[in-house]
Design a protein around this ligand. Structure first.
Ligand code: DGT
Ligand code: CA
Ligand code: CA
Ligand code: ZN
Length: 574
């Protein structure tokens, strides 16, 4: 499908023409054509073969010629010419949230600002305030916009994005004109980082709802406001800027819009192709047979008419889900989780006491809890020496006896040392109910060494699980350079569970590794690595990540009953 690429080129041509100060009519015709092309569900190449390009809304003779040129030559001459005569940095400037083509044009013509660097410099020099139409407020917006662009390409960790989204949705839902509001986009699909939030809102009073939306907070910056959509820039709970898009739509198209704006783009494209094969046309307004809408109110109606099961948003990535012949209704859910097997207490670096952690787990309805404080080499984490561990285990066993309705397992999160040894001797590990082994040091070792460290740990019969296997921290630290194939093969053979760390900083294993591990026959375990009772709530991020890897309850150790868990642990250490 080349449609999206062609539409993007057309929009870029329009932007560049606008910066140049060309005829608004001509600019507008490029934008109209871009919209028509982007919404057209059939590949342009086939349309061109039949000589029917001009049937696409917005596409006239000139646009049709340019599309043909793209198909024949892979580029569009006018686009090349514009890029030749204008600095490429202008395209980057157009990505700054507070800057549209009009403002970029002014900055370029009056101050020769043609890149994010020259923009940053002009901001520092205080030059922009002097331009007509650029008050202190819009300068502030540009400054924020630039920061937003610079900060790891503007992506936010999933958990922060969803927390922000849920708070916004609660507000939006209360407006009298709103019948329904749903989160869409990458956040609904639970992608590990989120570019911007997307909401789809059912209403007959679109303009009014958009107006309310742009006033949702006095700190929000308004990026766009119209009759069908609004966009604002707000701050997430950690003060990072986050763009929020809201689309308003009437009831008969709500499901179609939700489906479209949930994406992913790749899933949409595949679904549209599938629809065409079945003689339908699919867009964000509905599923059509000729001009007649045959579905659109709900996502489920649309999938059903297409002969497909409703697909959970987490699998909508064009990773084989449409062809899968699976209805995905049996993916693991938060309700399936019966316990958490990796938590810390104030015996090492946790904030809460053993009793508090047990009580919090019991209140969540968990059947079991694994206490896994740090081992001796984790000095900054107040890791336990064998002597302290021995006393800690006694305390845990005493508390376990008193705890009602929950089984408490005594364990450790044992460091895998830089030389590959474990941080406790085997006879110490043998006394424990559960052992997680994790790497916390020398993460930069080469692939062979770091892989061998993990594998050696798995070969130890006392080691039940590997904690946060890749060691990555979202947006902060890269994953270790591991040979995943070997890791999965060894984990499957030794039946060592691989953790899906639910900690919002980690999500580790990540989605694609979850899927590979399952295909390799591994057992997974979703743990929070909680260092405080409130962290137990992070289980949901791990479950979402596992669902993105198509995990079912039977793939996840901590969906098992305590009896089955005990049986599994018993088999391993014999
Ligand atoms: P993000 O925001 O970068 O984390 O990722 P998304 O997936 O939320 O992407 P976004 O916000 O640009 O657009 C939301 C959804 O809208 C996207 O997942 C699919 C749909 N969409 C947006 N643009 C296009 C497009 O050009 N073609 C198609 N087929 N779908 C699109
Ligand atoms: Ca988005
Ligand atoms: Ca968006
Ligand atoms: Zn831990």
């Amino acid at each position: 499908m080349i449609n999206h690429d062609v539409a993007r080129l057309f929009n870029q041509i329009a932007d560049l023409l606008e910066i140049k100060g060309e005829d608004p009519f001509r600019i507008n015709s490029y934008r109209k054509a871009a919209r028509g092309i982007d919404e057209w569900s059939e590949d342009l190449t086939s349309v061109a073969q039949r000589g029917e390009l001009q049937k696409i809304p917005g596409v006239g003779k000139g646009a049709a010629e340019r599309i043909t040129q793209y198909i024949d030559q892979g580029h569009i001459t006018i686009h090349r010419e514009l890029l030749d005569e204008m600095p490429v940095g202008l395209l980057e400037l157009l990505k700054v949230p507070a800057l549209g083509p009009k403002k970029v044009a002014l900055l370029y013509r009056k101050l020769d600002i043609h890149s994010t660097e020259t923009l940053a410099k002009a901001l520092d020099d205080g030059k922009i305030e002097s331009l007509p139409g650029f008050g202190a407020k819009s300068v502030e917006k540009i400054r924020d916009g630039l920061k937003f662009l610079e900060r790891s390409a503007g992506r936010n960790p999933l958990a922060l994005a969803i927390e922000t989204a849920e708070a916004l949705a609660d507000r939006i839902r209360q407006w009298p004109e709103v019948k329904k509001v749903e989160l869409a986009g990458s956040a609904r699909r639970a992608v590990e980082t989120v570019g911007d939030l997307d909401f789809v809102c059912e209403t007959d009073k679109g303009r009014k709802v958009v107006q309310r939306f742009t006033r949702i907070s006095d700190k929000a910056q308004v990026l766009a406001a119209g009759s069908t959509k609004g966009a604002i820039l707000i701050a997430d709970p950690h003060g990072h800027p986050l763009q929020v898009d809201l689309r308003v739509i009437e009831a008969e198209s709500f499901g179609a819009a939700l489906l479209y704006f949930t994406g992913s783009k790749a899933h949409n494209v595949r679904l549209r192709e599938w629809a065409i094969k079945k003689g339908f046309k699919l867009n964000e307004y509905g599923l059509f047979k000729g001009d007649r809408q045959v579905a659109g109110r709900t996502e489920a109606d649309i999938y059903k008419k297409l002969g497909l099961p409703w697909m959970p948003p987490e699998v909508r990535e064009d990773r084989g889900e449409i062809e899968a012949k699976s209805d995905f209704s049996d993916l693991v859910d938060l309700d399936d989780i019966r316990g958490d097997l990796h938590v810390h207490t104030d015996a090492s670096d946790g904030r809460n006491s053993l009793e508090e952690m047990i009580e919090a787990a019991r209140q969540r309805g968990y059947a079991y809890l694994g206490i896994t404080d740090h081992s001796q080499s984790s000095a900054i984490a107040n890791g336990l020496t064998p002597d302290r561990l021995e006393r800690h285990v006694e305390t845990i066993r005493a508390a376990a006896k008193k705890a009602k309705g929950i089984t408490v397992l005594a364990g450790t999160e044992c460091d895998i040392l830089a030389d590959g040894r474990l941080d406790y001797p085997d006879d110490v590990l043998a006394e424990l109910d559960i052992v997680t082994a994790s790497i916390h040091s020398a993460q930069g070792q080469d692939r062979d060494r770091i892989t061998k460290r993990t594998i050696d740990a798995m070969e130890n019969p006392h080691v039940d699980m590997i904690g946060h296997p890749s060691g990555r921290l979202l947006g902060k630290r890269e994953a270790m350079n591991l040979d995943w194939e070997k890791i999965f093969e060894t984990a499957a053979r030794t039946q060592t569970a691989l953790e899906v760390s639910a900690s919002w900083h980690r999500l580790d294993l990540k989605d694609v590794h979850v899927r590979q591990a399952i295909e390799a026959g591994c057992v997974l375990v979703i743990n929070t690595d909680a260092h405080a009772i409130t962290n137990l709530d992070q289980m949901r991020w791990g479950v979402l990540t596992a669902r993105r890897g198509w995990a079912k309850p039977e793939n996840i150790l901590n969906t098992r009953t305590i009896a089955k868990l005990r049986a599994w642990l018993g088999k391993r250490s014999s």
